[in-house]
Write a protein that binds this ligand. Structure first.
Ligand code: B12
Length: 300
């Protein structure tokens, strides 16, 4: 069979910025990109492989773990026959929100819910849409009204999912809040949706929460965990400044969000734990921590 691959591994590295060693690692671990071999055994990549590598890199840069990114790229490939890929739906949702066209946004989200698992709609579609639109605002490309319109649309959708996920009155209690002066609410809302789906009894507080008030609420509610999102370094600093209130607030005090993702050691300084930026992984760690706390309680 004729070899159709055009690019050597070094050329691919130059075009995509993905080092040759990483390409070989992906090939070993995830079975792709799968280059052809030249007569002398060199890897030769085609245009399709190049496209997959660029897509994989984009997901990883967005914070998606590599194994999940590989699954997403693969499912987008088979997507030509099956559901439309999430990246396409994301582009359409972003376009609809930029046009302030709520009806079109509803159609796109409706299609996503019909064809993809809820977890993917929340953690891929909504997250990447917010990253895209938020970045445009930060870059001065769109004005504040468009950003607010889009944020409020996504928040509305997440709020709806929170209600639809129901309330397990007997589940472990968790308070979810954002750090003082922090208006970045989308990550905290996503966390709340996923916690409810796991059967936790979630008290969702939301943006800009003074730590002293959070402590007062924790005294009333007696939660198993308090989870605080901080998206900026300033928000982390506000938490550090009020660390005294955080101490002993709940058996587990967990931190997350961009401000902690940048340097997870800050969670310890604020008197809590960092559970990672991947929400499913964070929930697994939370369950383990709560189990350990319960075991301690039994032994005590
Ligand atoms: C959208 C956005 C906004 C929107 C927020 C809309 C809203 N209502 O939420 C608006 C336009 C209001 C905004 C304002 C500002 N923003 Co802004 N914003 C963003 C942007 C582009 C995306 C944030 C987002 O929604 N992400 C989507 C969510 C789902 O992802 P996530 O937050 O990363 O969370 C994930 C994980 O961290 C995890 N997670 C989150 N919280 C928690 C908590 C726990 C316990 C756990 C386990 C996990 C977890 O779950 C998510 C899923 O993976 C980021 C850039 C970026 N790359 O993050 C900047 C960013 C966060 N903003 C930034 C800044 C500086 C600001 C402003 C100060 C700008 C200004 N000059 O006014 C203001 C601050 C407003 C305030 N007081 O809070 C900086 C912060 C820099 C820093 N490190 O200090 C960033 C990083 C942009 C940048 N590169 O400079 N912003």
């Amino acid at each position: 069979m004729a070899v159709t691959g055009k690019y050597t591994v070094n050329e691919v590295e130059e075009r995509t910025g993905v080092p040759a060693a990483t390409l070989r690692q992906w090939e070993r671990r995830y079975g792709f990109p799968l280059p052809e071999r030249s007569a002398s055994g060199y890897r030769l990549y085609g245009d399709d492989e190049l496209r997959h590598i660029v897509a994989m890199k984009r997901y990883i840069d967005d914070g998606v773990p590599a194994s999940r990114a590989a699954e997403m790229v693969r499912s987008e490939e088979t997507g030509a026959r099956g559901p439309r890929p999430m990246s396409k739906l994301r582009d359409e949702l972003v376009a609809a929100l930029l046009e302030l066209d709520e009806a079109q946004a509803d159609r796109v989200v409706g299609e996503a819910h019909a064809l993809h698992p809820l977890e993917d709609v929340v953690l891929e579609l909504f997250r990447s849409t917010m990253l895209d639109l938020g970045q445009r605002w930060h870059d001065g490309e769109i004005n504040t009204t468009t950003e607010h319109f889009a944020s409020s649309y996504v928040q509305g959708r997440l709020r709806q999912l929170m209600s639809l996920s129901g309330t397990n009155r007997h589940g472990p209690r968790v308070i979810v809040a954002c750090a003082p002066h922090d208006q970045h609410e989308i990550g905290a809302m996503m966390l709340a949706v996923m916690l409810r789906r796991e059967g936790y009894l979630v008290f969702y507080v939301g943006a800009n929460t003074p730590v002293a008030d959070l402590a007062a609420m924790a005294r009333d509610v007696q939660p198993a965990a308090v989870m605080v999102s901080a998206s900026s370094l300033d928000s982390v600093q506000f938490l550090l400044d009020q660390r005294a209130h955080l101490d002993g607030m709940a058996p587990v005090v967990a931190f997350g969000g961009h401000g902690f993702d940048e340097d997870p050691r800050r969670a310890e300084l604020a008197g809590g734990v960092y559970l990672g930026k991947d929400i499913p992984v964070a929930l697994k760690r939370l369950a383990e921590l709560l189990q350990a706390v319960a075991a301690e309680g039994v032994r005590a």
